[in-house]
Design a protein around this ligand. Structure first.
Ligand SMILES: Cc1ncc(COP(=O)(O)O)c(C=O)c1O
Length: 368
């Protein structure tokens, strides 16, 4: 048998470590040169206008909501299947998350179900690019414009994803990415907000740093009640080399995904679907088991065969906090999100997997 193949494992090179050590040796651990350098590198490579590095992907979403003035009595539409942070931030600014079921084939919000959830209180829609597949953001942008609500992209898993040849992150008023170690590139904890809106960018920069006026750089004047959501400079330094080799990382993940899609052949499991016009970044390769298989037994079985696997995202309305607060009938209201949550399994997909490891995983899965 192979050595254990974990579900995820970041590929940190010696040259990445050298950048981090350089910062540690310099003594400028926060607000040094790398945060600004990485912000401009991200703008250059992905065609963004403003980018603001912050301490994690949840903080990015929180900053966006606060900067847009979303709070008490407001409603924000979110997909029922996502990582829990997407909804938690809405709760934490005092607004109400209004859940919409997903399309079972793509795991993204089902656009046909959104309109009936829009009320006079709706202020924003958070479109999640689940597992790295672009949501239907062209359509969602038009819909949001039509109703005068903000489109926010939760692109935590989707750096490099595209819809109709345009990078995600460009469709919303502001968008959020995560650099958690399960993502294609990592700073440990970390995230970035991108936005075309200069005024919003400046507000988010100010909120990131205790409310210090980010434009005037007057470190004695606090113009808002802000947070400390800064990223340290050694975390930003860790991103430098990874951004430079990003296209290699993405190509490798796409190659592995292609092999899974072509070679996994087991009627008990359904592979994910990628619609035309979308570039998937494969943060997660997510299979659905049919009724002949128990997902938790499968995770255990794969573990015994040396393969790490796990759940993917959550059916958020089924989590205790949300179920108790809003008294959902989850089965009836969010059947696809519940199915994705109860029947889904994420299998390893990352840059440094060898071809032999990929073949082994395919072989074991086909024998189930
Ligand atoms: C869709 C989504 N949103 C938000 C987050 C939160 O990001 P972070 O873990 O960096 O706070 C994640 C993290 O996995 C995510 O998948």
């Amino acid at each position: 048998m192979q050595n254990f193949i974990p579900l995820a494992s970041p590929d940190i090179k010696e040259s990445d470590i050298d950048y981090v050590v350089e910062v540690l040796r310099s003594g400028n651990l926060v607000q040094g040169k790398y945060v600004e350098q990485i912000e401009s590198q991200l703008c250059q490579n992905f065609n963004y206008v403003n980018s603001i590095l912050v301490s994690n992907g949840t903080a990015t979403l929180h900053l966006i909501l606060v900067a847009l003035g979303i709070g008490t009595d407001d409603e924000v539409i979110v997909p029922a299947f996502s990582y829990i942070a997407t909804a938690n931030v809405v709760e934490l600014v005092g607004a109400k998350p209004v859940f919409v079921d997903i399309n079972e084939a793509t795991f993204n919000i089902d656009p046909s179900l959104i309109e009936k959830k829009i009320t006079s209180k709706t202020k924003a829609l958070i479109a999640v690019h689940e597992f790295g597949l672009a949501a239907d953001v062209t359509f969602l942008k038009d819909l949001c414009n039509q109703y005068g609500i903000f489109l926010i992209e939760d692109a935590a898993c989707a750096l490099g994803a595209k819809e109709n040849n345009e990078f995600v992150g460009k469709f919303g008023i502001a968008s959020s990415f995560s650099f958690h170690p399960r993502k294609a590139i990592t700073s440990g904890e970390g995230g970035v907000v991108v936005t075309n809106d200069k005024i919003l960018a400046s507000k988010i920069r100010t909120l990131r740093n205790h409310g210090i006026d980010s434009d005037k750089r007057n470190f004695n004047d606090f113009i808002m009640a802000g947070f400390n959501y800064r990223m340290t400079d050694f975390q930003a330094a860790l991103l430098k080399g990874q951004i430079e080799r990003f296209s290699f990382i993405l190509n490798r993940k796409q190659f592995i995904a292609r092999r899974y899609l072509d070679e996994i052949d087991n009627s008990k499991l359904k592979c994910p679907y990628v619609p035309e016009g979308k570039i998937h970044t494969w943060q997660t390769f997510y299979l659905l088991v049919n009724d002949d298989l128990n997902r938790d037994d499968l995770i255990l079985k794969l573990k015994n065969e040396g393969i790490g696997s796990n759940y993917g995202a959550q059916c958020i309305p089924a989590q205790t906090f949300y179920k108790n607060k809003y008294r959902f009938n989850v089965k009836q209201e969010f059947p696809s999100a519940l199915k994705a949550y109860e029947k889904g399994i994420a299998i390893p997909i990352y840059e440094k997997m060898t071809d032999e490891q990929v073949s082994y995983i395919i072989e074991r899965i086909n024998l189930i």
